[in-house]
Design a protein around this ligand. Structure first.
Ligand code: AMP
Length: 278
């Protein structure tokens, strides 16, 4: 496995690869959620590239860019053991030159970013799409693997690929959870023991909602009331229901509904997101 931090070397290596290329874009601090994407990519491609890049242009001014966990050595070991060919871990200046505020960006349309995470994190998805497009170009990947954990991100990337005719297949991968259903996230490293306990109420609300739907409850209002009770220890940012094919909001649940939650735990103020197919 090669660990590459510059674009010219990456291009040289990519040019020499034989067979299909699978790309797994990440911000590092790899966990079993990332590993599930990597394992799928390794099983479906002759060559797998994992990018590890804490992308500054997808962070807002008061977000956790500086404290985001960085552990390249550990991450590289995980990748090597999983059968990855190339870890691409560039510096910010390598990706964006000296002025990252003066870049050509890809901006998804207002209708998909004016809600959910896009609403509370203005510019976030411009940063995501721009870095992902760059990684698609640099790696010439045939397939790229994204987690359903970030459902809005997955929807937006799929739309970008369709709208701009990128020659790449996007492979959605299911959410990986701890034994107690907490969705794995690099940001879980921030959680105090009491935050972790409180944070569990997010997946509890989601799985509870699924049970309610199975019992025949279809009104989102009823499920929201119940979820707010379950998550009373959290600062809830949103509880929303969208059609997975359009990401339009729904008031009544059907077979296409995804329920999404974003909430902050109190002690560390960590923002957690999770979702479930109802
Ligand atoms: P990140 O490093 O947080 O940018 O995530 C990189 C990729 O891993 C994204 O496609 C995420 O959706 C995916 N991912 C993160 N956590 C999980 C999880 N618990 N289960 C499945 N995929 C995940």
């Amino acid at each position: 496995m090669k660990i590459i931090d510059n674009i010219s070397e990456l291009k040289k290596e990519i040019a020499q690869l034989q067979g299909s290329i699978g790309l797994v874009p990440t911000m590092g601090a790899l966990h079993d959620g990332h590993k599930s994407l990597i394992d799928k990519a390794v099983s479906e491609n002759e060559n797998v590239v994992v990018s590890i890049f804490v992308n500054p242009i997808q962070f807002g001014a008061n977000e956790d860019l500086d404290k985001y966990p960085r552990q390249l050595e550990l991450d590289s070991k995980l990748c090597e053991n999983a059968g990855v060919k190339i870890v691409f871990a560039p510096k910010v200046s390598e990706m964006y030159g000296e002025n990252k505020n003066n870049l050509t960006l890809i901006c998804p349309p207002y209708g998909v970013v004016d809600k959910l995470c896009g609403k509370s994190r203005p510019g976030h998805f411009d940063g995501v799409c721009s870095v992902v497009a760059k990684l698609f170009n640099l790696t010439k990947a045939n397939k790229a693997y994204f987690g359903q954990k970030d459902a809005q991100q997955l929807f937006i990337i799929q739309k970008m690929v369709r709208d701009l005719n990128f020659d790449i297949e996007i492979v959605p991968c299911p959410i990986v959870r701890e034994a107690d259903n907490l969705a794995l996230s690099s940001r879980n490293q921030y959680l105090t023991p009491s935050d972790r306990k409180d944070g569990l109420s997010i997946s509890k609300a989601l799985f509870n909602a699924k049970e309610m739907v199975e019992r025949g409850i279809k009104q989102t209002r009823v499920i929201i009331d119940n979820s707010l009770k379950i998550m009373e220890e959290l600062d809830v940012e949103y509880i929303e229901f969208v059609d997975k094919n359009t990401f339009e909001f729904q008031e009544e649940i059907d077979e296409n509904t995804i329920m999404l939650i974003a909430a902050r735990v109190k002690e560390s103020n960590t923002r957690l997101i999770d979702n479930i197919n109802l």
